[in-house]
Write a protein that binds this ligand. Sequence first.
Ligand code: HOZ
Length: 431
Amino acid sequence: MGSGARLTASRSAELYQRALELMPGGVNSPVRAMRAIGRDPIFVARGDGAELVDVDGNRYVDWVMSWGPLIAGHAQPDVVTTVTAAARAGTSFGAPTRAEVDLAAEVVQRVPGAEMVRMTSSGTEASMSAIRLARAATGRDRVLKFAGAYHGHVDGLLADGGSGLATQGIPASPGVTAAQAADTIVVAWNDRAGVERALGEHEPAAVLCEPYPANMGLVLPDEGFLRFLREATTAAGALLVFDEVITGFRVAAGGAQDRERVMPDLTILGKVIGGGLPAAAYAGRRDLMERVAPAGDVYQAGTLSGNPLATAAGLATLRLLDAAAYERLEVLSRSLGQGLAEAARGAGVEASGAWTTGLVTLFFSRAPVRSYADARACDLDAHAAFCRGMLDRGVYMPPSQFEAWFPSLVHSDAHVDLTLEAARDVLGELA
Ligand code: HOZ
């Protein structure tokens, strides 16, 4: 690690060649591939706090942090100890455990809109299940989502999706039926008139949004937009569903709904709730959640839901997230977000920064980014060159303009300084 270092990659290259023969694109999730920045993926050997070591022995400051779960860092000692103890007691039972009750209680205590919780293994499952519940509760089929938002790879929610779909330029995936596509209404983020129109024309079961969209880069809501969504959905008889897979327990103890004081009917959670192991959940109003089987008739299930290792990791992580932790995360995120924007300005590169507690993006666009269309208009070649240069200097940032950086509690001021020094260097070359 260190500014100016050039990396070796022979073991990564060798593994990638083998992987290409065995797995589509050589990876198990497209966002890992690094095709959008014109290079091969880096194979990781281990994580250490806020740093990654690859199979060639190169060390990086990690700003991806497994795409969000690792708010407490790689191999955090409390998490490792708790998970190890849980594993010794058995890795899965298919029967209820005390840890599930404890984790559900933590969620209900922290997340304002969560009166009851159902755990799943992935955010995709949680999104799919929340939508099923919204449809059952309202007797309506359609769902309104926003362009550039990503809610996992649920068939009907892939339209105009952010994250890997945006990175690969896939506007609508083959394999989604016409009926599923027809039930999805897509509106531009921050477009009040578009939402009003769609609510009137389509009578959706739910408006589904990431309250702070972070799968097209971080695109914060305009002032009052979330409150507008709350009022407009109530008036239209639709549910408001917040996908807080990324923002949950990250931007504040109770997620974006806590920060913005806007209460959704249902909330989708993931990433931090599993502390780096596979766990997610959906939660919400008691009257809605009691429709879920076996309390009610809306079926949803999972062999590994509430898995003892994942619940142990989630609980250990949540217990580290006190008020001081969020203060630290805010200061760190501001230093990084503002520092990157200043570095771009200093180098004369057209860029605009976006940041909130625990999330940062540098858009290669002169104008502030308010929508997916704005994000797509960024200079993607410049972003790719920036990213390659940062990797060469030991900074592992998201290899896509359509993803956010994930500051954590274990990033130090020195990590930020090293990152900004590398950024000034690379941006200077780009200019
Ligand atoms: N949702 C994550 C970032 N946008 C990435 C998960 C994945 O697709 O692998």
